[in-house]
Design a binder for this molecule. Structure first.
Ligand code: HPA
Length: 270
């Protein structure tokens, strides 16, 4: 049996049938407290899931319900910068698809490239720039690897998310997310380049997961928490501690957004 088959079997034995999966990036973990009937399975018990190393990520799968809907929360992700492996999240994404999830919500912390989008605010990802030009699909056989990336961030789900945020009174920007490899932050010249290329946010995750999810036939919703302005835009000095500090301060708002948005993602679109 492959690692994915073993992991799917292990998760099916819980009797849970998650319809929506949420990958929780820095600052987004507050929603975990709102899950009812939660059961936790450490990634270490799931052979298709990665071992994690970044502070602020719990490394466990939480299955339960939000607003009456079955969900799977991935509390932490493996970044490509940790190993150089662009397919680091292949196991989890394919496991979720095999479990029957139709939709995945990918969340992250990102730097803002737009002076009107302030640290501590939230952004819906409308599209992305794969600046790294790496793919998690390089060893995929067959024509399915030529994934159509038009509407990678599902327009109907985006509309549902915007409506739900607005009904909950939560401001939600929308913009293009640029994936950089990291773990070093950008130079001021790189930030100016990304602005000219049309990005509103920059971060070190999500894009490979979006590609994997689209390849697996999942619909994707992407959400960024803007934790800082891009390097050189303002006087602040960037650090991972600074990202985690703003993420902590925005944690409750992010949890409220997900509590409003997740129920709106169901029923699944045809
Ligand atoms: N750049 C890249 N990744 C990030 C940033 C940033 O400014 N902030 C949070 N993640």
């Amino acid at each position: 049996m492959t690692a994915i088959t073993t992991t799917v079997t292990r998760l099916q034995a819980t009797g849970r049938r998650p319809q929506v999966a949420i990958v929780l990036g820095s600052g987004w973990d507050g929603i975990a407290d709102a899950v009812q009937d939660a059961i936790d399975i450490p990634y270490a018990e799931l052979p298709a899931f990665p071992a994690l190393s970044v502070a602020g990520h719990a490394g466990a799968l939480r299955l339960g319900r939000i607003g009456g809907h079955e969900v799977a929360l991935l509390r932490g992700r493996k970044h490509v910068y940790e190993s150089g492996d662009a397919a680091a999240m292949k196991g989890p994404i394919r496991t979720l698809a095999a479990l029957g999830c139709a939709t995945v919500v990918l969340t992250n912390a990102a730097g803002s490239l737009d002076s009107s989008m302030r640290p501590g605010s939230l952004m819906l990802i409308g599209d992305h720039l794969n600046i790294v030009q790496r793919t998690p699909l390089h060893d995929e056989p067959g024509d399915a690897r030529f994934v159509n990336m038009a509407d990678a961030y599902d327009p109907a789900l985006r509309q549902r998310a915007k409506d739900a945020a607005s009904a909950a009174g939560i401001a939600l920007h929308e913009g293009v997310y640029a994936w950089v490899l990291g773990p070093q932050f950008e130079t001021p010249a790189e930030i100016r380049m990304l602005q000219r290329l049309g990005a509103q946010a920059v971060g070190m995750s999500t894009v490979p997961e979006t590609i994997l999810a689209r390849h697996a036939g999942l619909r994707v919703l992407g959400l960024s928490m803007l934790t800082n302005m891009g390097c050189g835009m303002e006087a602040e000095v960037l650090s991972h501690a600074h990202t985690l500090q703003t993420a902590g301060a925005t944690r409750a708002l992010a949890a409220r957004l997900l509590q409003a948005v997740v129920p709106a993602l169901l029923p699944p679109l045809p």
